[in-house]
Ligand binder design. Sequence first.
Ligand code: GLN
Ligand code: ZN
Length: 763
Amino acid sequence: MVAPTNLGFPRMGGNRELKKLVENYWSGKLDQKALLAGAKNLRAEHWTIQKQAGVQDGHIPSNDFSFYDQVLDHLLLFNVIPQKYQGLQFPLEAYFAMGRGLQKEGVDVPAMEMKKWFDTNYHFIVPEFTENQQFKLATRKPIEEFQEAKALGIKTRPVILGPITFLRLGKAAKGQNFDPISLLDRLLPVYEELLRELASAGAEWVQLDEPVLTFDLPAEFKDLYAKAYKKLSGINGIKLLVANYFGRLGDNLEIVADLPINALHVDLVRAPEELDAVLKVAQDKDFILSLGLINGRNIWKADLDAAIATAHRAVGLLGSDRVLVAPSCSMLHTPHSLEAEVKMDKQILDWLSFSVEKLHELVVVAKAVDNGEDSVKAALDANRKSMNARRTSPLIHDKVVQGEMKAVTEDMFKRQSPFPTRAAAQQAKLNLPSFPTTTVGSFPQTKEVRVARQKLKKGEWTVEEYDKFIKEETIKCIRFQESVGLDVLVHGEFERNDMVEYFGENLKGYVFSQNGWVQSYGSRCVKPPIIYGDVSRPNPMTVYWSTFAQEQTKKAMKGMLTGPVTMLQWSFVRDDQPRRDTAFQLALAIRKEVQDLEKAGIPVIQIDEPAIREGLPLRRSDWAAYLHWAARAFLLSSTGVKDDTQIHTHMCYSDFNDIFSTIQALDADAITIENSKSDLKLLTAFEKFGYTNGIGPGLYDIHSPRVPSEEEMRERLAEMLKYLRKELVWVNPDCGLKTRGWPETERALSNMCRVAESFRKAK
Ligand code: GLN
Ligand code: ZN
């Protein structure tokens, strides 16, 4: 029997029930009992969905549920509680305080650091260890959830973060200097105890997630893995499945091959080229192989014929009892189900598969291999029909776009002149002072702005009424910027809900789900737009608002666009062409927008690329290829203008050491970067490599309502000038002001402008 299995199910619920539960608990509307009961119901519902879909008993995941984040769950499980949270009520109060901070009478603790989970948009809480960390089994969550499912007649496979991944993703507590991996010996006995407990509760399989195996690992990790898994194997007969996902194992396959484990999960969506190598290992070492065949990271229906063919090959070599079919990774990264998508174009809807639908795909693959394709004929026929419709759909394939892509020439990746010539032409036109001031784009999206958008959406307001309101907001924002003396103004982005969605809605090739929520962090979910086809720009997208704004002022107005790599990174993308090709199509559409803005008389244009750094591949050896096409996509979008049009870009990242040459290659006339929270020493990269273009490291942090004093910003700017040539320096906040209120924004920007003024006088 080839078993259909799962690695993890999205925990939010079809209507984001979990979000509502925890948010109501935080605001005091629900008590703890109600929170726990609600969560229990949700888990039961999710297990039942999986069981009814036909996922094999014993391979339905448990402990994939989390109130906030699964890594945070492990911190409580193993008693890794930083000092400042230790006085809090355990577990729930401490748990949420670690995740999101806590302010109440006598208590004021910040949240722990959050980081992106591998190359996803999910954020995890970064474990923080002390050098003499004492581990113990402090909660019973995995055991209790196993028992909870068992009581419902469902046998689950508890999902636990593997010990090496757990330590590798962590960091030493502040002021301590040691590598968390050195704690392995102390941690392992607690894992042993946990496995023993799970075994006595009746678990047959445990899934140990070890996705750090997709990273480049230091040589000593081979021994560490061997040591760890030798200890963990064979505990009361419990079987271990080690799961790697998000990429190839590469040279780490050698590490895994020697482990005394029962099953290995591999991501064949990301690394199909590894099939032969993993089959050989499975054969030699007598492993069961879990084939990650259905994409857990994207929303397209799987090509079931291809998946079945792969499964057949594995069965041919290993026998059907040694093959499991699985999603490539946990389904945490895809939305719950398509059920609510009643408004979407039926043709496009037919190409999609969210988590619930993916379960059915897994089951069909397993049945086809076991009982022959005839046993699932209807499902396979339907899948072939969808696949074929998608491959040949005129909705996807746009001859005009394809012709334009072919017509792209090398000179479309270059500005007409080098930076010094451009800078002189721009200065002649803009006549900016030294230390020019600007902002990153958005101004406070107040409640009134959001309500106005709702009214338009619900039909309570006409487009005219809405536009009138947005115009008034824009004018107010411009008057304010003039009053504090900013040099390059922005229109404030009041007409935009979100920096990707706004453009997606105006581009062809994009579609939006109604309910395609994916957890981003804690209770926060995002609904990534879907790029289904060739991307083009039927009409100008921002020219109307930018022109309106420019007409209100004599100062230079900056047009605001989202760059191609960020559009790509924050959407679900097509899987029928390389990401690079989609990025180039987006770039071409943005290039036209840039040229239209120039024609309309907008002298400065900013193309935001906050996500360029987070798109970096997990393996260093893949970086160069990615950075090369990412930079070229930006260049294609930005270089179609005259010398005297000034191109800005913005990135939400501060450690540029890794990607410095890419930043230089973008050849923007100015870049603003998020730098205010981090050490200014990071700017040494710009000094060391001699950055030649304009640069504005954020002078203050916009993520907090705190108003920085003039004194503070003056010191910061002085410090920056140790690393940067003053002719190149721009003065700006570190990101958009969208999430801020007006009062603090007014004070902060007015202080900021006074600081720039004082530096001008001083020179
Ligand atoms: N222009 C955008 C804004 O100001 C940039 C946001 C971002 O970097 N994430 O909101
Ligand atoms: Zn930013």
